[in-house]
Design a protein around this ligand. Sequence first.
Ligand SMILES: [Zn+2]
Length: 49
Amino acid sequence: MRENIIMACTECQHRNYCMSKNKKKHPDRFETKKYCPFCHRHTVHRQTK
Ligand SMILES: [Zn+2]
């Protein structure tokens, strides 16, 4: 039950991270704070569809 997803910065929209998500733990759209190399700081990254 793991799904590969792409995480995109919500501020610059760059897709910075790939990760696998546990669908049972996170059935909805997943958000996490990560470092964005384009914004040069930590921003919220959101799962892309
Ligand atoms: Zn960014």
